[in-house]
Design a protein. Structure first.
Length: 157
């Protein structure tokens, strides 16, 4: 896909957009959700939405916050590995269902599991992170924003 507009141009035309989305993410972090948990749900939602721009950004952030590359490598298959804590698994399951809301609302089972590991305030703040990342994903995908990643021709077959 071709880039339809520069990110700076998008945000200069609608400056409230990035401010609103950034404030949602910051509020969740300020409320006590860990950088690592936030990174995992942002990355998982971005994978589901096919947002390469955000996958690139949030993978780098996750590594900078101490999440190992091996865990990032298996994130799409988080259900089939023991690489994630029960709390992370509850958040990832909820994140997937919120991201795929067109298929139906989050299930009672996902909500119950989330409630086992997160307080009411944490659940609301996790939801705020998901609203924000899904918004960012839709901006990046719709406007054709892409990360500055080039193929490694030396390893291409």
């Amino acid at each position: 896909m071709n880039q339809r507009m520069e990110a700076d141009r998008i945000y200069s035309l609608q400056p409230a957009l990035p401010k609103a989305l950034l404030s949602l993410g910051k509020a969740a972090l300020d409320a006590g959700l860990s950088h690592q948990l936030i990174d995992l749900v942002k990355l998982r939602a971005s994978q589901i939405n096919g947002c390469a721009y955000c996958m690139h950004m949030h993978s780098a952030e996750a590594r900078s916050h101490g999440i190992g590359q091996e865990r990032l490598d298996v994130l799409p298959g988080w259900r089939e590995t023991e690489a994630f804590s029960a709390r992370e698994r509850a958040a990832l399951g909820f994140a997937e269902q919120v991201t795929l809301i067109a298929q139906g609302p989050p299930s009672d089972e996902a909500w119950a599991e989330l409630s086992e590991h997160f307080s009411e305030a944490e659940r609301v703040n996790l939801f705020a992170v998901l609203v924000a990342i899904n918004g960012w994903n839709r901006i990046a995908v719709s406007f054709g924003l892409a990360p500055n990643v080039r193929s490694d021709d030396a390893n291409a077959a």
